[in-house]
Design a binder for this molecule. Structure first.
Ligand SMILES: [Zn+2]
Length: 115
């Protein structure tokens, strides 16, 4: 799962700035990320197959909801693809990167480290 440091004002403020820019200009705000984890069918021993996917959240209500949606997105994709659940590894959010700023969309990528 994602871990966010609430003292990291820079990340939170730059997210909110981009989010209000998107709203004002009626653009889609997309958060995308590439995450990985271990498949888990709930039986012992855990199968341990490592999988990774690109996940997105469009126009989330706020940064925290975006993170929740990205995690759920990963669960959904894996459930569909492999028929079982997945345990996402732990990620620390280090910041955000602006990927695209076009007429229709502002796309942000998460900067993170796993542990
Ligand atoms: Zn929210």
């Amino acid at each position: 799962m994602y871990h966010i440091n609430l003292h990291d004002r820079e990340t939170l403020k730059s997210y909110c700035e981009l989010s209000s820019k998107a709203k004002v200009s009626k653009k889609i705000l997309r958060i995308s990320d590439f995450v990985w984890g271990e498949l888990n069918d709930g039986k012992w021993p855990i199968r341990g197959r490592h999988v990774s996917e690109k996940v997105i959240s469009d126009n989330p209500c706020c940064f925290l909801c975006a993170l929740i949606e990205l995690e759920e997105n990963f669960q959904k994709i894996c459930k569909k693809k492999y028929g079982i659940g997945v345990d996402m590894v732990d990620f620390d959010i280090d910041g955000i990167k602006l990927l695209v700023n076009s007429d229709q969309i502002i796309e942000i990528e998460l900067d993170k480290s796993s542990y």
